[in-house]
Design a protein around this ligand. Structure first.
Ligand code: SAH
Ligand code: SF4
Length: 388
């Protein structure tokens, strides 16, 4: 195989090789093996190498082949000719006064998304994006105002986790307490409208030989893409959160327009049938508190009625403002009155403390400046990247 082994530095100087190198991030073991076979490795060796690569990428967090010391030196020299394990670029990293961090990451085509880490005492949740923008235009959500939308690949979804762990210095995957102990698919985009890539990414994140995060520590939030809810429970078994936000179709049609396709009754039926939910593992209903829109005592009583027979808990989210919004957050009194009614009916219903508002990192505030660059700029950027 000697003739295949180039000088690593020489690879980095050859722009045409950069363009054809395939990213291994987002591939599962069998896809990695297939990619190695395609690159000329025999089948048995490819399966063994794929297991090693999986371990280095997702357990140890290596981003350079030269660091993968259990792989033969010869192979370490050859891999960068064909593959990369590099992260997307971090365009900006901000930290809130409350410790919340927000990354803006930029992918190869120049599109950007945000991810947010919300630390607690000895744990923390990483809020991950599933799309650039969102097609669903919920009227109170900043992400919904973005014009450009595209699905993220599985690799782009996982790489948000890798970037966060690089920054927080959480490699190799710790056995005990972790600062990124939970994942919430609550960033930009509607995860169930990019189900295949989200599922692939989460399966890799759950894999016991890699990051190894349990399904009980992963929550997927949906605005109500009813036909995908069952599949999500059956295949992934992650916790489900529903962005309910209103108790009548009339109001929900305005707040969460996908309600016109899948109205409240159908949505709640899918929740009743969600595989794996029970009293120990409840479905979370998110309810944004909007002044004068959905926050009356009768709304609270109707919510209790709707949730009957569903193992549910409720998260009351104070509305987070963003530039140009027409809504205001409910008063403290209204929120507490609402919470008491739901709580007295037997449902946990905390009023969430907003995190990271000062850096626009709170729920519903995420929006990147991604836009389609004119063709001339795209050509220039491609040229610039190739000569790096
Ligand atoms: N698209 C999915 C995942 C995003 S999760 C979904 O809608 O469920 C983000 C959560 O924050 C959702 O519950 C969303 O409805 C809520 N949200 C959106 N804008 C908000 C805002 N301005 N203030 C508070 N919560 C908001
Ligand atoms: Fe999209 Fe969720 Fe925002 Fe609605 S709330 S626009 S579904 S990201």
């Amino acid at each position: 195989m000697d003739h295949l082994i180039p000088d690593v530095d020489a690879v980095d100087r050859q722009p045409e090789l950069l363009a054809i190198r395939k990213s291994l991030i987002g591939l599962d073991r069998s896809e990695m093996a297939a990619a190695l076979i395609e690159a000329g490795i025999d089948e048995k060796a490819a399966r063994m190498r794929a297991r090693q690569l999986f371990h280095w990428l997702y357990y140890r967090g290596a981003s350079k082949f030269e660091d993968m010391t259990s792989i033969s030196k010869e192979m370490r020299g050859w891999l960068p000719e064909k593959f990369t394990a590099e992260r997307p670029e971090i365009t900006s990293l901000q930290e809130s006064t409350d410790g919340t961090r927000k990354w803006l990451v930029k992918f190869q085509d120049g599109q950007e998304v945000e991810s947010v880490h919300i630390p607690e005492e000895d744990r923390g949740a990483l809020c991950v994006s599933s799309q650039v923008g969102c097609t669903l235009t919920c009227s109170f959500c900043h992400t919904g105002t973005m014009k450009l939308v595209r699905n993220l690949t599985a690799g782009e979804i996982i790489s948000q986790m890798l970037v966060a762990r690089d920054t927080i210095n959480e490699w190799p995957s710790p056995k005990g307490d972790r600062m990124i102990s939970n994942i919430v698919m609550m960033g930009m985009g509607e995860p169930l409208l990019n189900y295949d890539n989200v599922a692939k990414a989460l399966k890799i994140i759950m894999d016991g030989e890699g990051i190894s995060l349990s399904k009980r520590r992963i929550t997927l939030s949906t605005s109500g893409v009813v036909p995908k809810i069952r599949q999500c429970g059956e295949e992934l078994g992650v916790n489900l959160a529903i962005s309910l936000h209103a108790v009548t179709n009339e109001i929900r049609d305005i707040l969460v327009p996908i309600n016109k396709r899948y109205p409240i009754k159908e949505l709640l039926q899918a929740c009743k049938e969600y595989p794996g939910s029970n009293n120990a593992r409840r479905i979370t209903f998110e309810y944004v508190m909007l002044d004068g829109i959905n926050d009356s005592p009768s709304d609270a009583r109707e919510l209790v009625r709707l949730l009957k027979d569903i193992p549910a808990k409720v998260n009351l989210i104070p509305f987070n403002p963003w530039p140009g919004t027409q809504y205001q957050c409910s008063s403290n009194n209204a929120m507490h009155r609402f919470a008491k009614i739901v709580n007295d009916a037997g449902y946990s219903s905390p009023i969430r403390v907003p995190r990271g508002r000062d850096i626009m990192a709170a729920c519903g505030q995420l929006k990147s400046a991604s836009k389609k660059a004119p063709a001339s700029a795209r050509r220039k950027e491609a040229g610039a990247e190739a000569s790096l």
